[in-house]
Structure formats: structure tokens, C-alpha cells
Design a protein around this ligand. Structure first.
Ligand SMILES: Nc1ncnc2c1ncn2[C@@H]1O[C@H](COP(=O)(O)OP(=O)(O)OP(=O)(O)O)[C@@H](O)[C@H]1O
Length: 813
């Protein structure tokens, strides 16, 4: 009996274990299909009861015509070969790197117990407000060091306000580090004794002063997060002291794109005093919004500076700095000059650069954007700010080699997994996060999985959100038979929004109940690719789907190619959820404060080492425990040396240990692993859109792989990937060589479109994005500007190592 194209039910009952046939050598042949069927006999298969459709007959005829073995499924013109998970895999090196443990002890980013906020210069009202609103009582190391410097000469040993570089571990409270001094100074300026008589003692409270502080953040999510903290901070209750008067005038605001420019302009015209922004939109307003008044600007904060650079904002930053310098040179009007003459206001603009990592490009940025900066490190006491009183002190610091630091209490590990087994190992790992095998009970956990590209995020979100769910009977397509009113309404809405024909296509894939309808609805829109029309985008409302594969836990996704509404919603909902998985690209790695994340999984190795630190930094925040696991292919083991050079020493976890989590009978994980893999493959094969999505994810992942820097090419080279095995990790049964066969003899462009269905619509998109480097390197040219944004929009792709020529090269090597 044919197993492809039939949905397998997930079996949860223990089964009799059959020994697994593992054939050595290349057994990727057609006959393999039968062997695989033999090793998963206990899978519950729903027998087809109907007479085969015309389509099935056509496919059978195509199989016969192609000369393939009888029983081989031909789907969409391609032979679908189910290969075994546990055969033909490369040997996993058993000699793991000698374990070298981190010698630092205790939580390194936890609040200190030796100082208080009032002790470092924060006003008592604001300090109390911190306790009430944020449950924050004592400063962290970096806060204790940096806040006095930023509070100005009155609180620090500096004679004047200085520019500052702040470097501290992820999750050490950098946002409050720069926001608290600004808010404290503004609040102090607006507070005065009620009986104050003289002019210079009067509290400041004029919104029309314009923008006095700008905070630049690399991503919209981060900007929104900063705004959230800022809004809470400025919302101080009335002063406890009845003899004190405080004026409420500080208006925080945000310009990040995604909202109408007209609305943003209107807000700026009314006066936004502390502005949070992303660079592109800020520059736009600086250049085009006449009413945007920055003549009294006193603070400029560059948050997540390394990320700003990675996203290609260097030129934008230069333009912003030039405009700011130009407009603030003269200072504001005489009226404000006088009003702002108190000790609370910096005498000149203060620029602050924050970064968890401080590499050469960040130092360069500090070199041209900051003036004689002080340097504050949250991790190394020897680099104290006092050292930077000297003018060339920052230059001295540049000579020092900086290593990455991660929180002490973060448990870091890695696992070596052959390409074929990646998907099932990920599934097993995620299941283990939600099910305690020993205690035999479900548990809550919050997990983030990092991928290298948007397409891969979409694919996994769809797969984990929908595979394993029962499929709706074709007959139930009839709306009148549907007992649930809500479902009917949704279906009708779908008809209206995307047209009857498309909607019918979608509905065929819908499950028979409301819950599944909802999850599939958002998913099916995702299947249409991210280039959806505005109309169909309206359909995306769900920020999560319930995953049957993951024990009914919600799965979320976040990447830079989703529309802003869904990004914000996902961020908010994943922040709130107690349990679930977030699939994301590095858009979620930097700066985002997603509370109580227990585990980070780096499914794809980051192409930039800095991202390793930022990704793992989403857990183990503020002294809490956290775990991070890195997936490596057997050919990628040398990456451990790169980590080691940065004093990062993850410990080994074997793949078997992870896979045992899905063993239903003693330690036999191979049978359930094969069952689950089949379930996922059958889900993909059940629909052309699913296959397209898997292929796109596969190719985008290959392209992202090609963007590892030259220094890592000996480890990460596309030529070293076994594409057939990698395809298996996208639940695909087609070998890439098939793709090549199909395209042989066709014109290059035609062939490319065929290999990359759905890619055509992205063509030309790169013209719209940022500056290009490496234009002669087709693999790299789309990745130079904007991280995952570029990966998603990559229009051109090399033939990949599936062409004969490249295959030859492969063999030679
Ligand atoms: N002193 C403190 N005590 C307790 N919690 C704090 C303290 N300071 C900040 N926090 C909380 O810690 C969390 C992390 O803060 P924040 O996002 O600013 O860290 P970060 O250093 O910017 O991290 P990353 O580098 O990952 O962006 C926030 O929820 C914040 O409210």
C-alpha cells in the first residue's frame, strides 16, 4: 500500500518494537520506499476507501511512464522517495571537545545587593515608582556604574557631561540604564518648592520645547519596547512631599514607520519631548517634517549600536548626526536657553552608545559619533569610567581585545545532528520542553528557536502549527452543513476578501472545527507567501497556532518580513504567554525583552558570531536561569573552536539523548521518530502550497548558509551540505538532483523559476533595499544590507551545488 499522500495518525500508545533495517551505503534508490514502509508497520494508516480519483490515476500513469518502480509516488511531476531517517548518515564524531567549563560563578547580570537607586543619584519618587511599576529595587552592575555618569556633574566625578559608551551583557538592564538618568533629570527640572519665588527656581514644564531626547533603536519591536518602559517611567504619581510642585509635561512618542507618516507628522508638530525611533524613519522626518524641532536636543541614545550597523544603517546614522549637529549648533531660542540653564540640563548634547558586544565597527561608530567618550562596562570592573577621563582613553581601549560575555548562569550546550535528522530532533527537543517523561505530565516552558531566514521560519511555523491535525472531509466544504455559525461567518468573510476560488482552495485544507479553522486560516495566508495583497493580509489575525505535534502548545513566529501589526501582536502575545514556542530570525535576537524565556534553540548557526551572544541572551536575564542549545551538523564541529576563542564553552548533548524523549517503548526512538517524520512529510506532500513553502525554505536556507563570512567558509560551505539529506529536514522527499533533471535543457531563467517556485515575485525587490556591496558575488549580494530582510527578498540565487559541474567539484574535494 502506498504511504505517501495519506495522512498518518499520531499514535500515542506503546507499540511492539520491530527492529529497524539499516542499510549501509547509498540506499536512496526507489526500492527504498518499500524498505521504509517495512520499518514503520505500527503506524496507524487510514485506508483510502474511495475509488482513486482521476488525478491519482494520472499520477499512477506518470509513474509507469517514468519507468519508476511501481508504488513510487509521483507528485507534481516528481518522484517522491521516502528514505529512512537512520541510514546513510555521516558518522557523528565521538571525540567531543574537551569540556572546559566557565569558571565564573553566580549570576552575572543580577541586581547588585550593595547599592540602591537613591544611593546612585535617582530621586526617591522615581526610585519608588520603579519598585511599584517594575518591581525593580536595586541597580544592576552596569546601572550602578553608568547612571551616576549620566546624571551629570552633580552626581559623578566628571566635571561636565560626557558622552558615554555602555557595554554590558544581555539582560542586564541597559534600557533603564540610559532612560532613568534622562527621566530623572527631566523630572528634577520640572519639580520645585511650591514657595519658590525667583525665576530660575521655577519648575520647567513647556511641551513646546520640542524634542529634547532621541533614542534610536534598530528594530520597530525594540523601539516599541523602549517606548513602553519610557511611558511607564514618566507617568510618575504626584510628589509625596506636599511642599513640592511638579509639572507634568513630558510627552514620549515614537516614529518607526508602519504607521502613517501624516499621523507621525501631526504628533511631532504637537511636540514629542522624548522620541523613540528607528533610523530610516527618523532621517525621513528630519529631512521632511518642518515642524520637527530638535534645536533643544540634549540627549541622543544609540541603542543596540552593533545591530544598527549590522542592519546597514551606518550611512543613515551619519546623515542623522550631520543634521543634528547642524540644527543644534545654535541652540534653541533665547527663551529656552534661559529656561534650560539649570544644573539639571546637560550643557551640551550628550550622546550615549549602548551595545552588548563591542567590536571594531562599533568602536569606529563611537569614534565618529561620540566626543571623548567615557566607557562603562557592566562586566569588567577594571574598565571603570574614571579611566576615560583622559582624552585618548577610548583609543587605548580599542587596542584591547574584547571577548564576548554571556551571563554566568546561562547553561550553554550543543548537539551534533546529521542533516536528515535535524527536523525530527528539533521536534523531539521541543516536545521534551513540554512533557516531563519521568513524571509523565505536561509542563510549561517558553522556548525561542532561531532560524537563518524568514522562509524557514514560515515553513516551520506552518509545519508545527498544522501537521498531525485531522483533515476536513472534502464534503464538509459545503457551508450549509457546517454547524458552527462562527465558522460560517469566517468562511464567508474569506470568500469576500480573497475571492471564492481561492477561498474554496483554502477551505479544503481547513479542519472541521473552529479552533483548527482559525489556525489554518492564518497559515494558509502565510502559504501564499509574504507578498500577499493588502486584502489577503487582512486575513492574518492570529499571532499563534495551536500545535498538535507539540502537545497542543501555541507556536508563534517573528521575522522582519511580516507586517507590523502581526509583529507587534506576536511580540505582545509571546511576552504574555506562559508556554509556547517562538520561531524567529535574528529580528528577535537583539534587545527584545521577552520575559521568562526558559530555553533558546539555535537551529541554524548564526552567520555573525555577535548574534550567538544576542540570541542566547534572550534567556537567563536579570540573574534568572536559562538554557541555550546549538544545533551543528557533523561537518560543522569546528565552529566550537570559534566559540572557544571567545571563551564560550557549550557542553555536548548527544542527539540520542534528545531523541529518547520521543521513545514510547523503552529507549526505542527510531520507530516513533520515523512515524513522526512521516507525519510531517505527508503533511507537506498533501498540498502543493506546502511543498512550495518547503522548497522555498530549503533554498533560502542554502542561500543564507552561503553568507557565512570568509573566515568561516572552511566550516560552512554550501558544497559541504548534503542537499538530499537537508531536503529531508524540510520534510521533502525529493532529491535536489531531480530538480536539476527537470530543469535540464531549459533556459537559465526559466529553470531558476522552476527550481524556486514562488521566487519570481521577489525579483527586483533588492533594488528597493539598501546599499549593495559584493555585487559580483551572486550568493552574497543580497545579504549585505539588511540581515534576514535581505534573505527573504533574495531574488537571484546561484544554481547551488546541484549542477553537474559543482557536483564534480564536490567529488574532487
Ligand atoms: N535593576 C533591575 N532589577 C530588576 N530588574 C531589572 C533591573 N533593571 C532592569 N530590569 C528588568 O530587566 C529586563 C531586561 O532589561 P533590558 O531589556 O533593558 O536589558 P538589556 O541589557 O537591554 O538586554 P539586551 O542586551 O538583551 O537588550 C527588563 O524587564 C527590565 O525591566
Amino acid at each position: 500500500m502506498e504511504d505517501d499522500g495519506i495522512l498518518l495518525n499520531l499514535s500515542t500508545t506503546p507499540k511492539a518494537v520491530k527492529s529497524i533495517v539499516v542499510k549501509k551505503g547509498n540506499n536512496r534508490g526507489v526500492q527504498k520506499t518499500h524498505r521504509v514502509k517495512a520499518i514503520v508497520p505500527q503506524t496507524v494508516i487510514s485506508e483510502p476507501t474511495e475509488v482513486p480519483s482521476t488525478k491519482e490515476e494520472d499520477e499512477a500513469a506518470a509513474t509507469a511512464a517514468s519507468g519508476l518502480a511501481p508504488g513510487t509516488k509521483v507528485l507534481h511531476g516528481r518522484a517522491q522517495i521516502a528514505s529512512s531517517l537512520f541510514s546513510s548518515n555521516p558518522v557523528i564524531p565521538t571525540t567531543y571537545r574537551k569540556k572546559t567549563t566557565n569558571t565564573r560563578e553566580g549570576a552575572s547580570n543580577a541586581p547588585t545587593d550593595s547599592s540602591t537607586f537613591t544611593g546612585i543619584g535617582i530621586g526617591s519618587d522615581l526610585a519608588n515608582h520603579l519598585v511599584e511599576k517594575f518591581n525593580v529595587t536595586t541597580p544592576t552592575n552596569v546601572q550602578a556604574k553608568a547612571i551616576p555618569v549620566l546624571l551629570g556633574p552633580a552626581s559623578s566625578f566628571f566635571k561636565e557631561d560626557v558622552d558615554v559608551v555602555i557595554q554590558a551583557e544581555t539582560g542586564s538592564g541597559k534600557t533603564l540604564t540610559y532612560l532613568l538618568p534622562i527621566v530623572n533629570r527631566l523630572v528634577s527640572a520640572s519639580t520645585a518648592p511650591k514657595n519658590a519665588i525667583s525665576q530660575h527656581e521655577q519648575p520647567f514644564g513647556d511641551r513646546m520645547v520640542g524634542t529634547v531626547a532621541i533614542i534610536l533603536a534598530p528594530t520597530r519591536e525594540l523601539a516599541q519596547q523602549v517606548l513602553g518602559v519610557l511611558n511607564t517611567l514618566v507617568n510618575l504619581p504626584r510628589p509625596k512631599d506636599e511642599n513640592i510642585r511638579r509639572l507634568h509635561w513630558i510627552v514620549p512618542g515614537i516614529v518607526i514607520g508602519g504607521d502613517s507618516k501624516a499621523k507621525e507628522k501631526a504628533r511631532l508638530r504637537k511636540g514629542v519631548n522624548v522620541l523613540v525611533s528607528t533610523p530610516g524613519r527618523l532621517l525621513d522626518h528630519l529631512e521632511n517634517t518642518k515642524s520637527f524641532d530638535i534645536s533643544n536636543l540634549k540627549w541622543l541614545i544609540l541603542d543596540e549600536a552593533d545591530r544598527l550597523l549590522d542592519l546597514g544603517f551606518e550611512e543613515t546614522l551619519k546623515k542623522i548626526m550631520n543634521i543634528i549637529d547642524e540644527r543644534t549648533k545654535q541652540g534653541g531660542s533665547l527663551k529656552y536657553k534661559q529656561l534650560m540653564n539649570s544644573k539639571f540640563w546637560p550643557k551640551k548634547r550628550q550622546t550615549v552608545l549602548c551595545s552588548a558586544t563591542l567590536r571594531d565597527d562599533v568602536k569606529e561608530l563611537a569614534g565618529w559619533s561620540l566626543e571623548k567618550p567615557a566607557f562603562v562596562s557592566g562586566t569588567d570592573s577594571k574598565r571603570d569610567a574614571s579611566k576615560f577621563l583622559k582624552t585618548d582613553s577610548f583609543k587605548d581601549e580599542q587596542e584591547e581585545e574584547m571577548k564576548f560575555t554571556t551571563p554566568n548562569q546561562l547553561k550553554q550546550s550543543y548537539t551534533i545532528v546529521p542533516a536528515k535528522l535535524r527536523l525530527i530532533t528539533l521536534l523531539a527537543l521541543l516536545r521534551s520542553c513540554f512533557y516531563d517523561k519521568r513524571q509523565k505530565k505536561n509542563m510549561d516552558s517558553k522556548v525561542i528557536v532561531f532560524f537563518s531566514c524568514c522562509d524557514s521560519v514560515d515553513f516551520h511555523y506552518d509545519l508545527f502549527g498544522n501537521a498531525g491535525k485531522p483533515v476536513m472531509d472534502e464534503d464538509s466544504d459545503d457551508e450549509d452543513d457546517d454547524p458552527e455559525d462562527e465558522t460560517k461567518v469566517m468562511k464567508k468573510a474569506l470568500d469576500k476578501i480573497i475571492g471564492k476560488e481561492e477561498a474554496t482552495k483554502f477551505k479544503r485544507q481547513l479542519n472541521g472545527n473552529n479552533k483548527n479553522f482559525k489556525s489554518n486560516r492564518s497559515n494558509d495566508v502565510a502559504l501564499e507567501g509574504r507578498d500577499n495583497s493588502k486584502k489577503s493580509k487582512k486575513v492574518i489575525e492570529e499571532a499563534s497556532q495551536v500545535s498538535t505535534l507539540l502537545l497542543e502548545k501555541p507556536v508563534f513566529r517573528l521575522h522582519g518580513d511580516l507586517n507590523q501589526q502581526i509583529r507587534s501582536q506576536t511580540f505582545a502575545e509571546f511576552s504574555k504567554t506562559k508556554s509556547g514556542v517562538l520561531f524567529c530570525t535574528d529580528v528577535a535576537a537583539r534587545g527584545l525583552d521577552l520575559p521568562n524565556v526558559d530555553r533558546i534553540i539555535q537551529y541554524d548557526v548564526p552567520t555573525d558570531l555577535k548574534d550567538y551572544v544576542h540570541r542566547v541572551g534572550r534567556t537567563a536575564r536579570l540573574g534568572k536561569a536559562g538554557e541555550a542549545l546549538l544545533f551543528l551538523l557533523p561537518s560543522e564541529m569546528d565552529y566550537l573552536d570559534i566559540l572557544k576563542a571567545q571563551d564560550l564553552f557549550p557542553e555536548s548533548v548527544t542527539m540520542e539523548t534528545i531523541l529518547k524523549n520521543i521513545a514510547e517503548y523503552q529507549d526505542d526512538f527510531q520507530t516513533p521518530a520515523q512515524d513522526l517524520q512521516n507525519t510531517m512529510e505527508n503533511y507537506i506532500l498533501s498540498n502543493e502550497n506546502h511543498i512550495m513553502m518547503a522548497r522555498k525554505a530549503f533554498w533560502s536556507t542554502c542561500r543564507a548558509y552561503a553568507t557565512h563570512p570568509a573566515a568561516e567558509k572552511h566550516i560552512f560551505h554550501v558544497k559541504r551540505l548534503h542537499l538530499g539529506h537537508l531536503a529531508k529536514s524540510f520534510a521533502l522527499r525529493e532529491a535536489p538532483s531531480n530538480i536539476h533533471e527537470k530543469t535540464k535543457g531549459k533556459k537559465r531563467k526559466e529553470a531558476k523559476n522552476e527550481r524556486m517556485p514562488g521566487m519570481k515575485k521577489f525579483e527586483g525587490k533588492e533594488k528597493l533595499t539598501g546599499p549593495k556591496k559584493n555585487i559580483n558575488n551572486p550568493l552574497k549580494r543580497n545579504f549585505d544590507h539588511a540581515g534576514e530582510f535581505a534573505i527573504a527578498s533574495a531574488a537571484s540565487m546561484s544554481d547551488g551545488p546541484t549542477t553537474k559541474k559543482k557536483k564534480k567539484n564536490n567529488v574532487k574535494k
